[in-house]
Ligand binder design. Structure first.
Ligand code: NCD
Ligand code: ZN
Length: 344
């Protein structure tokens, strides 16, 4: 059987939620990843170092016995975030980044930023402190077509930001377009990007295959095939500024299968396996380790992991549903097969 051993990977963009949902999703991530950048979009959002410390304690308390896993905490940027909070974050040792959500761009983003320029003093402090800025890069302007919101964000907001803060480390999260790929490729070395499994494996047809498919709805939304191809090229190119970030985001089935279904795809149950599929399809399995286990750590200036994980090419069927706390949820590929599995 074909086997592939990698340095243990990290997930540079993950939603763990809280309470009993946290407890039920954490084992999926811990089984595969050594570290994860934990998104702060709880209700209420994690806006202070104290809140991040308390959230981190809850994650550590929910870890399975003997788990070797480090949650890398983030702060949710609001227009009330101060440069002093950035210094406290840097000094904490456990806050590793700050997340910018344009207000209203996605799930739980109501407290996000309405005018990026108001955050300039905070970006200045982050640049000084060496704390990375993670960006949900979509405009929220209802006049902009939903499929164009990432490209317009890059033009309107990201290009000026990168110009104004030449030393600020910036991660454009979950990139979905050719425009984002070219932007990151031609940007200076302080700009990187994460890529999700769904954006490598699916295009927007998956949203409407035989009817509406709420379990393929996430933000930024799936794009055309040529964009998917550009993402596969970027991920498998060996370029050091593209790295793994699943954006795995659990939502109960009833919240997805609804007249106004919410955005977010759960992939933690098969994350590294799905990336392996995408890399195998591109004939680039030899590049998976860089993308999954090296580039992110290098970008964040953290040591690479020392352990390994072994994948084998063997089909398994994803359950129709899993439990997020007490509610059933529908994981990516539910009832279908995945071509790789994690060896015991
Ligand atoms: C995420 C969530 O559910 O928290 N949803 C999503 O579609 N990706 C939020 C986000 O990262 O945009
Ligand atoms: Zn996310």
């Amino acid at each position: 059987m074909e086997r592939l051993t990698l340095t243990r990977p990290d997930d540079w963009h993950l939603h763990l939620r809280d309470g009993d949902i946290l407890a039920s999703v954490l084992p999926d991530t811990v089984r595969r990843f050594r570290r994860a950048i934990v998104m702060p979009n709880l209700k209420p959002p994690v806006t202070s170092v104290d809140a991040a410390a308390a959230y981190r304690d809850r994650i550590l308390a929910a870890l399975p016995d003997e788990a070797d896993f480090e949650p890398l905490m983030t702060l949710y940027l609001t227009e009330e975030t101060t440069p002093g909070m950035i210094d406290a974050a840097r000094q904490s040792g456990f806050v590793h980044a700050v997340k910018l959500y344009p207000a209203g761009a996605t799930t739980h983003s109501a407290s996000g930023v309405t005018d990026i320029r108001r955050c300039y003093p905070v970006f200045e402090a982050m640049q000084q402190a060496g704390l990375p800025l993670l960006i949900h890069g979509e405009v929220t302007d209802p006049d902009v077509d939903i499929f164009d919101r990432e490209a317009v964000f890059i033009e309107r907001h990201l290009e000026p930001l990168v110009r104004d803060f030449p030393e600020l480390r910036i991660v454009l999260e979950h990139v979905t377009t050719e425009a984002a790929v070219s932007f990151v490729e031609s940007a200076p070395n302080n700009v990187g990007a994460t890529i999700t499994p769904q954006h490598l494996l699916y295009n927007r047809n998956a949203l409407f295959a035989g009817g509406m498919r709420p379990h393929h709805f996430c933000l930024p939304i799936l794009k055309r095939e040529r964009h998917r191809e550009a993402l596969v090229r970027a991920a498998t190119s060996g370029h050091p500024r593209f790295f793994l970030g699943t954006d795995s985001a659990p939502h109960p089935r009833h919240a997805k299968e609804s007249a106004c279904g919410c955005a977010g795809i759960y992939s933690a149950h098969a994350a590294i396996e799905l990336y392996a599929e995408a890399f195998a399809a591109a004939g680039a399995l030899d590049r998976l380790e860089g993308f999954a286990s090296h580039h992110g750590a290098d970008f964040y200036g953290m040591p690479r992991n020392t352990g390994t994980i072994t994948l084998e090419r063997a089909e398994w069927t994803v359950p129709e549903a899993v439990l997020f706390g007490h509610d059933p949820g529908v994981p990516l590929r539910a009832g279908e097969t995945v071509a790789w599995r994690v060896a015991e």
